[in-house]
Design a protein around this ligand. Sequence first.
Ligand code: NIG
Ligand code: FE
Length: 387
Amino acid sequence: MSTRVISNIGELTTNDPTLGDQSLMGRLSDAAIVLDEQRVLWVGPSREAPDADDYLDARGRAVVPGFVDSHTHLVFAGERSREFEARMAGERYDGGGIALTVNATRAASTSQLREATSRRARELRASGVTTMEIKSGYELNVSGEARLVELAAEFTDEVTFLGAHVVPEEFAHDRDAYVELVAGEMLGSCKDHARWADVFCDRGAFSVDESREVLLAARGAGLELRLHGNQLGETGGIRLAIELDAASVDHCTFVSDSDIALLAGSPTVATLLPGADFCTRSRYPSARRMLDAGVTVAIATDCNPGSSYVTSMGFIIALAVREMAMTPDEALWAATLGGARALRRDDIGRLGPGARADLLILDAPRAAHLAYRPGSSLVAETLRAAR
Ligand code: NIG
Ligand code: FE
């Protein structure tokens, strides 16, 4: 097995508190990292780096773990810029536009959808994403949702079945029948291509009881759980996610003190999606209060055509810092190891020995530049599994 050393790293962030300065960021300066064809073998000072088959000089630049984008809706057709314009003119986001994307997605051929998804996945990777989660949720019928999870599985192992995104128009007068369909036949046709199940538990989407019904059926079918909660109001989604031991509850824009206390005492990660709050001109979640209370926080793009057509993790980090009072280090951690926790993965999001060699060489001497220089593309090189 061939090995490679990257040396002369100005600032190396490992997210491994046993390394370097022993902080949460596990930081080293003037560092080197040795990789085999898959994983990290060794981390330490540049001058102590062991020999390897191949050598890369980082020339003083910063190295960080690859970003883990734990929340995207990449598989869709069409666009909703008119809805965005209306919002910027004062209209409120209520998820009503999802129906438009459902119509466009149902009408698209599989090769059109594959091509559009691939374009967006490329954009995410260019921003430094080395692991992405992808949800279904824009066909909302049995064969369509199965098509979307199968397509998503072409791009990632982290596929999420989101048949319960909203109630489609044809079931508007019989919600119970739709919930039954999602929890029954639709789940059956999707479960073999998905690891996760998700529900949009919010105003205008699904109630706590409906969400619980779908999630319990999904768990019974062998899927693991995550949840869209508290994006549009204090609707009980956070409490449901904790009750069901979901890996993550996502958005958390409207959060009470008791929600925060419950989150802090649970293994459920709060995944914050500041791109959605930005693009819907919403308030932002209280990241500061959550972090101070000890909640595990992740941040993700939520890339979707309605609330957050964002494919840059750098931009999400900048928003988390500027708008949610996270420090640049907290935002970097949330975009890497936080995302890994939200996906219940321990092989990614960090760069200690044994971790998958997913790393970014930045065009900057320090990782803080990710927040300090919003809008710049600072990812000079990306390695995924050492390639
Ligand atoms: O995470 N909130 C629900 N789902 C997406 C938005 C979907 C859409 O508007 O198309 C979200 O924000
Ligand atoms: Fe979402």
